[in-house]
Design a protein around this ligand. Sequence first.
Ligand code: HEC
Ligand code: HEC
Length: 311
Amino acid sequence: MAEKKRIDEPTGTETVGHEWDGIEELDTPLPRWWLWTFYITIVWALIYTILFPAWPMVERATAGVLGWSSHGELNKELAAADAKLLPIREAIGRMPVENIPNDPKLLQAAVAGGQSTFKVYCVQCHGSGAAGGKGYPNLNDDDWLWGGDINAIHYTIEHGIRNPDHDATRLSMMPAFGRDGILTPAQISNVVSYVQLISGQGKASKATASGAQIFAENCVSCHGTEGKGDRAQGAPNLTDAIWLYGGDRDTLIATVTNSRQGVMPRWGNRLDPATVKMLATYVHSLGGGEATVVAAAEPAPVAGGAENVAP
Ligand code: HEC
Ligand code: HEC
């Protein structure tokens, strides 16, 4: 192909010198404005990569001399949000937990705060709607193992359940009647028939009569004479249709044979007192919350939330 650069007459522009079947290409220079914009973008990109995090390195990108980061920006926003909440958190920290439901503004803030904390720390066991699952109680209903007034709920959350290294934890241990040889398999079968009878499954029979006797001798100390449970010991009501582990015969036999000891971590050492109160307020608000019992079996919380107030 011939290289024939020449000036194109009608336009006065030089050609690039290529020709295809008589068609030539003009070597039109780039418009000035375009060229300058192009240079400016290059300079801008260089400055940008110096100021802001940019070049990917092995571990992370270059930091940029301004020290800006999207992470830092997020932290700033979070800190601002925290600062806005601080007075409310302090007010919640000062107020005895049973008084929070009487203060509409604090109640609203505590329920909202409790709900978002619940999503972080509690859903893995209790489920996103707090509806629980096998071994993990539903927190929406009014069937409480350890008590449903706000002080009881607060105590449970603060101290946990069967926490091995904490003296104030909720504690009670149902014996493993079969594994430890307290009852024979036949006796377990009968007492399970009795449990099925009082929970509305099955009819009275010889087995349930014998089971009633075994129940009276082995179970009433925790589950009560009528089998309605005892919150002081976390012993569930066995006469309702709500089961923590299951009400079918096989599960009941397994429960009585090996016992069950659900464990919940304590949160009083991991979350600050205001957050624990917010969680209690949230759980209490879910639908099963009960009015505060005056002179509850629980030691009453120290007035004013002593953890936060200087003497
Ligand atoms: C590791 C699993 C686990 C996590 C996480 C957990 N729980 Fe629990 N929770 C349990 C178990 C198991 C029980 C039932 C224990 C028992 O059998 O007595 C329970 C019981 C409770 C009870 C008592 C219910 C009743 O009927 O008396 C409350 C209230 C409660 N949890 C609240 C919370 C809150 C609030 C959080 C988050 C801060 C939380 N739990 C996180 C496992 C967990
Ligand atoms: C020392 C107290 C204690 C005694 C005695 C006891 N239980 Fe329990 N029982 C409990 C506790 C506490 C739980 C709850 C365990 C948990 O939450 O993990 C429980 C749970 C159960 C459950 C599971 C209920 C459900 O909702 O899934 C059954 C069934 C049961 N007990 C039957 C019996 C029978 C039958 C006896 C007598 C043979 C008996 N228990 C004796 C304390 C006791």
